[in-house]
Design a protein around this ligand. Structure first.
Ligand SMILES: C[S@@+](CC[C@H](N)C(=O)[O-])C[C@H]1O[C@@H](n2cnc3c(N)ncnc32)[C@H](O)[C@@H]1O
Length: 317
């Protein structure tokens, strides 16, 4: 790990606290620990009877947060993907929690880190894995995936215009794409030196989402989160791009539905019950003041929902 300041300005801090923490002695999980900004803020609200768990897939985040202990609640820091947060709960024999937070995407530390390849502004190995022990790097992905698969990644995750042309440029590149500078250079040859920063940002975002299977992770998390919330327990999610925000919105909306049988069907056969109640129907956005201080907050969309009262054990069985 390099010796870089891990500071990450937590987004929508007051809103997160207000929506997430309902009891000072509860059990809370921050599934995207990052620089520990939200984690520390939540810890300050909790007392010594509370438990606060911090999870991140990035070993640098884990190491940093382990050496910067918080006071107040019992705190547990574990390296894990949030799609598997239930394995951490099982390890500590916790059945259900009072609140779970997801603050999606990458941390300032990851972006600023000159060795991780997340930023198109820096020259570093084109890696982009949040956990370098898992999966394949962006460089490897561009080497091994087909032109059509790369086009799909660029179009779906980056909304890159004319993605097939860009995918062809990448596949036809005469030199290996090992660093972020290589990728920039390759694209500049085709699109000219004035290749827009906005386009580069989209390309890097698309690759990062693919390399880390970010949407797959979110889907697995949403599929199970309700089972691990206490009655009245809360899930708070901050998303930074529309694909994720749409998934969160759809999930919260459908978890509010009691029956999903086809319209006109007289007898219910789906036997569903309401799992969640949305706390805010519209996504909460950062104020202009916060955006001025922290431009990252501009694209943040926060959604929160509360577990209904059903007996949890029935669902787990
Ligand atoms: C936006 S940052 C969180 C910042 C944090 N809330 C703070 O205030 O310091 C997102 C973090 O989530 C982590 N992350 C992203 N996807 C993950 C996943 N599927 N499982 C675990 N951690 C993940 C990243 O490694 C990164 O550290």
């Amino acid at each position: 790990m390099i010796n870089t300041d891990f500071y990450h300005e937590p987004v929508l801090r007051e809103e997160v606290l207000k929506l997430l923490v309902t009891t000072s002695s509860g059990v809370y999980v921050d599934c995207t620990l990052g620089g520990g900004g939200h984690f520390r803020m939540i810890a300050e609200k909790l007392d010594s009877n509370a438990t606060l768990i911090g999870i991140d897939r990035d070993p640098d985040s884990i190491r940093w947060n382990q050496t910067h202990k918080t006071h107040g609640p019992r705190s547990i820091i574990e390296q894990c993907r949030f799609s598997r947060f239930d394995s951490v709960l099982a390890k500590y024999r916790i059945n259900a929690v009072d609140g779970i937070l997801l603050d999606l995407g990458v941390s300032s530390f990851q972006i600023e880190n000159p060795y991780r390849g997340f930023s198109y502004m820096k020259d570093s190995a084109l890696d982009m894995r949040m956990n370098t022990d898992e999966g394949i790097s962006a460089s490897e992905l561009l080497k091994t995936e087909s032109q059509s698969a790369i086009a799909e990644i660029l179009e779906r995750f980056g909304e890159v215009q004319n993605a097939p042309r860009m995918a062809k440029t990448i596949k036809d590149c005469p030199f290996p794409l090992e660093t972020s500078a290589d990728l920039r250079e390759c694209l500049k040859r085709e699109y000219g030196p004035n290749l827009k920063i906005k386009v580069l940002a989209k390309v890097f975002q698309a690759l990062r989402i693919a390399v880390n299977d970010e949407l797959g992770e979110l889907k697995l998390f949403l599929d199970k989160v309700c089972k691990y919330l206490q009655p009245n327990g809360r899930v708070v999610i901050i998303a930074y791009h529309s694909l994720e925000d749409r998934m969160v919105k759809e999930f919260m909306r459908s978890s509010e539905q009691e029956c999903v049988c086809p319209a006109g069907q007289v007898v219910c056969t789906c036997h569903r019950h309401i799992l969640l109640k949305r706390i805010n129907k519209k996504a909460i956005k950062a104020s202009e003041n916060e955006i001025k201080k922290n431009p990252r907050a501009r694209s943040a969309r926060l959604r929160a929902a509360q577990r209904t009262q059903e007996v949890l054990n029935e669902e787990k069985s």
